[in-house]
Design a protein around this ligand. Structure first.
Ligand code: MBD
Ligand code: FE
Length: 280
């Protein structure tokens, strides 16, 4: 009998939790600010408990479920799906360059460095799908090309799985760190990802099902674009007309972030996208 390492919610959840914990973050929040935010959070919770007359069985189920979110490693997933979009929104109002979007739970720094014209690492079965060519320029706000800018690109495969969060995939599958040429240009060949389904076998997925919601994100590419002296952009690109594009469970689409690839005469889907970076 062979054992197939199939992706599980607890596997991807714990991989995301371990990676996040490894990074160790701090924030310079004052006691006064912490108190103000916590007081309001608790007041909101208090108000909804009274308004809905939340029962003891409901309270105990909530407690049990929160414990399972932690044990399943799903705090990154749960928070990034339901909370991060508001954090991104309030922190991007002053930027004039390319729109940002949420980072999500599956970014991994240190993907293989690739030249401006490149193909992402992929398996033969990925390569069997229609090629997607994403090309364009990284510029400043005046449109001047930024040579040597860094584009980190990561996305799911045609089954919706991310490398390092699904045990059957090679470490850096469909992940790369691309360096723009001297005029800021890049041309990356990859494949179009499938829509992403929140794992249905974990607490986040069970909650979504219990509430009668759907667990889908539209197909998307994740990007982090940086250049010295510029504000880094973390964003996502989506596919016009795709499933879930107007009903993302993570509320992270924006009209400025839609791609509409065209089939070229070699049978590849080709699309251009330029990234404009704000000054630091
Ligand atoms: C994803 O792939 C994602 O991008 C987000 C934001 C949440 C869960 C899975
Ligand atoms: Fe994603």
């Amino acid at each position: 009998m062979t054992t197939i390492d199939s992706p599980t919610a607890v596997g991807s959840g714990n991989a995301a939790t371990d990676k996040f914990k490894g990074a160790r973050f701090t924030a310079d929040t004052s006691p006064e600010r912490l108190s103000a935010i916590a007081t309001e959070a608790l007041a909101g919770l208090s108000a909804l408990i009274h308004r809905h007359a939340v029962t003891y069985p409901e309270y105990r189920v909530l407690k049990q479920w929160l414990i399972e979110v932690g044990e399943g490693g799903e705090w990154p997933l749960l928070l990034d799906v339901f909370v991060e979009h508001d954090i991104e929104e309030v922190n991007s109002t002053r930027f004039r360059g390319t729109k940002g979007s949420i980072e999500g739970p599956y970014y991994v720094p240190g993907a293989p460095e690739l030249p401006a014209q490149c193909t992402l690492p992929m398996r033969d079965e990925d390569r069997a799908h229609t090629a997607l060519v994403l090309r364009g320029r990284v510029t400043d706000l005046d449109g001047a090309g930024l040579g040597g800018a860094i584009i980190e690109l990561w996305h799911a495969d045609d089954e919706g799985y991310y490398s390092q969060f699904a045990p059957h995939l090679p470490e850096w599958n469909l992940r790369g760190t691309i360096v723009t040429d001297s005029e800021g240009r890049y041309e990356i060949t990859t494949i179009q990802p499938a829509p992403y389904q929140i794992p249905t076998d974990g607490p986040t997925g069970q909650f979504i099902e219990g509430a009668g919601w759907h667990p889908w994100r539209p197909a998307h590419l994740h990007l982090r674009v940086t250049s010295p002296g510029k504000q880094p952009i973390i964003t996502q690109l989506y596919f016009a007309g795709g499933d879930w594009i107007d009903d993302d469970v993570a509320t992270a689409t924006k009209p400025e972030l839609l791609l509409d690839p065209r089939l070229d005469d070699t049978g590849r889907k080709v699309v251009s996208y330029d990234f404009a970076l704000d000054p630091e």
